[in-house]
Ligand binder design. Structure first.
Ligand SMILES: C[S@@+](CC[C@H](N)C(=O)[O-])C[C@H]1O[C@@H](n2cnc3c(N)ncnc32)[C@H](O)[C@@H]1O
Length: 353
């Protein structure tokens, strides 16, 4: 029988085979932390429906837990834009490859303190505990049940980081300052508390709700973060704000994609598979969302009440080509407590997205 350690080794090998650079310290963490303890069950994502449960009783469970996949662990029933009901994911264990990329960008070293926004299953927090020591790790999730479960799982492998339940937008003031902040849900803005709670010179890594952009920001002044978008993509579920329910609903609902009519006319298939165009399109045609059908590139579609005009997509593609098909590493990000923006040469998009 294959032991979990052999599975963990195979999972790390898959991450490395994708070309992700993982330092020896983080390799040791991936080999030492049993992911199956943190994912005792997950929802099957076939066709995005999330309607099957896979747990220890299922022979696929152990294999899939270590297959370098994102695994949805919490779901919510919502009305779908095209009618009827369906599930959207509200928590998951992120894909190990994406975790490895984010840990690499975070550059957290032993002795540093880290705040994680989005505890989820607790797996990422466990990796941080292994490398940095449990006393250096603080993690917060909006969902108190998830926090309780994560606390029990972490304790089962002898880690006791500081876990909190609440809106991570406020950070965790009584544990600040942090040398590093890692956000494991997608954001449309950077709350002032994160700026305030980061040490000067400290680093924040966060995915954006648009285009899978993974931002890496440094605190360059007491009231300023400056950074860039990384070459790697990271698609995360949105941060749910307790202060702005409408904004949260908009982002959650965007995950439930309506029926669509196929490729917009005049838009080359090449455009749809281009992740840099997807970021450009998301920033320039603001209500765009993407439908994923197995075997086809993601298709830009609108919200149920606001379809995307194919003409806008075609015009955006032409503008993207005319601008020299800028890749995502050309985007910069500037954040201050009173506002921020994403920029690309002379173009600027204000936050929140
Ligand atoms: C992709 S999951 C995090 C995965 C986690 N890091 C792990 O290793 O399992 C995103 C998490 O963000 C949490 N979340 C969403 N909005 C939040 C908020 N405002 N504050 C804190 N956590 C939030 C969700 O409840 C969810 O558990």
């Amino acid at each position: 029988m294959t032991t979990w350690r052999a599975h963990a080794k195979a999972m790390l090998d898959r991450v490395l085979a994708r070309g992700v650079r993982v330092s020896p310290g983080w390799r040791a963490a991936f080999l030492a932390v049993p992911r199956h303890v943190f994912v005792p069950r997950f929802y099957q994502d076939a066709g995005g429906r999330l309607d099957g449960v896979v747990d220890a009783a299922d022979p696929r469970w152990m294999w899939e837990v270590y297959a370098d996949l994102p695994l949805v662990t919490r779901r919510r029933r919502v009305p779908l834009p095209g009618g009827g009901d369906g599930y959207v994911a509200t928590s998951s264990s992120s894909q190990p490859t994406v975790i490895a990329v984010m840990l690499g960008l975070l550059g957290a070293e032993p002795g540093m303190s880290v705040l994680e926004i989005g505890t989820g299953t607790g797996y990422h927090a466990a990796l941080l505990c292994h490398r940095l020591g449990e006393g250096q790790v603080t993690s917060i999730d909006l969902d108190p049940e998830l926090v309780d479960e994560a606390r029990a799982r972490l304790a089962a492998i002898d880690y006791r980081p500081e876990l909190r339940s609440g809106d991570g937008s406020a950070g965790v003031a009584d544990r600040a300052p942090f040398d590093r902040i890692v956000v494991t849900c997608a954001v449309d803005d950077f709350p002032p508390a994160w700026i305030a709670q980061l040490t000067l010179g400290g680093r924040l890594v966060a995915p954006l709700v648009e285009g899978g952009a993974l931002t890496v920001l440094t605190k360059t002044a007491p009231d300023r973060l400056e950074g860039r978008v990384d070459e790697e993509c990271a698609f995360f579920m949105p941060l749910r704000s307790t202060l702005d329910a409408d904004r949260t609903e908009r982002h959650i609902w965007r995950q439930a994609v309506p029926e669509h009519a196929g490729t917009p006319p005049g838009v080359p298939v090449e455009a749809l598979g281009d992740l840099d165009f997807r970021l450009w399109l998301s920033l320039t045609v603001r209500h765009v969302q993407f439908a994923h059908e197995p075997g086809t590139p993601p298709l830009p579609v609108g919200r149920g009440d606001e379809p995307v005009d194919p003409e806008q997509v075609r015009a955006a593609w032409e503008a993207f080509v005319a601008a020299g098909r800028p890749d995502r590493t050309h985007y910069g990000v500037t954040v201050t407590p009173t506002g921020g923006w994403i920029w690309l040469d002379e173009r600027k998009w204000a936050l929140p997205l």
